[in-house]
Design a protein around this ligand. Structure first.
Ligand SMILES: Cc1cc2nc3c(=O)[nH]c(=O)nc-3n(C[C@H](O)[C@H](O)[C@H](O)COP(=O)(O)O)c2cc1C
Length: 188
């Protein structure tokens, strides 16, 4: 099996991290992998905000959980009410992904870039996790979100959509998924 396929198959969401920082050169490689993803009409509609500041991540996590407590989905509510849950899993760094407004298939293109981030992280021996939950905070206008957005300085014309956390794995998830025949149709 080649290395790329191996990294794709071995990647699992990591939710426990050591306190070791991610090297700047690794972050640069990961972001380079992100911008080399496909995008609709080569629109490259992304902006990445790299956050090491744990106080900002804590603030976003706390505020998003507060909003999540009223979520119609019971699982989301349970996560929001879990006092031990940090939505960024106390990872040393989070990449916040914002998408350019009014771009055709912008979110799909940002999702493609995000997958490249996850695979690149795995290839560098790092753990990662896609974190969508925090989108709740910014989905409706509220003063806490406004104050956090000011700190994030996301460029005009871009909207935050989701985050990826990165770091050194404190524990390894090794479950592998099986290809299910009902998910594929071959037409011959
Ligand atoms: C669109 C999307 C949103 C996700 N949001 C979260 C999230 O908010 N928090 C989290 O811990 N994991 C989140 N995940 C990770 C999934 O839970 C995870 O990918 C899934 O359970 C499969 O596990 P694996 O990544 O280890 O293969 C998200 C994944 C995707 C693609």
């Amino acid at each position: 099996m080649n290395e790329t396929i191996n990294n794709i198959l071995k990647r699992r969401s990591t939710r426990q991290y050591t306190t070791e920082n991610v090297k700047h050169e690794d972050l640069e490689l990961i972001l380079e992998a992100a911008v080399n993803s496909p995008s609709a009409m080569n629109s490259q509609p992304w902006h990445f905000t790299v956050v090491n500041d744990q106080s900002i991540l804590q603030e976003i996590s706390d505020a998003a959980k507060e909003i999540g407590k009223n979520h119609p989905d019971k699982q989301m509510q349970a996560m929001a009410n879990n006092p031990h849950l940090h939505l960024f899993y106390r990872a040393p760094v989070a990449i916040l992904i914002s998408c350019k407004d009014n771009v055709a298939e912008g979110l799909l293109s940002c999702a493609a870039a995000t997958e490249n981030i996850l695979i690149a992280a795995q290839s560098l021996g790092l753990g990662s996790c896609w974190v969508q939950f925090v989108e709740l905070l910014f989905a409706t206008k509220n003063p806490i979100a406004d104050s956090i957005l000011k700190k994030l300085a996301i460029p005009e014309g871009y909207t935050f959509n989701h985050a990826v956390v990165l770091g050194h794995k404190a524990s390894e998830v090794t479950t592998q998924k099986k290809l299910k025949s009902e998910t594929i149709t071959y037409l011959k």
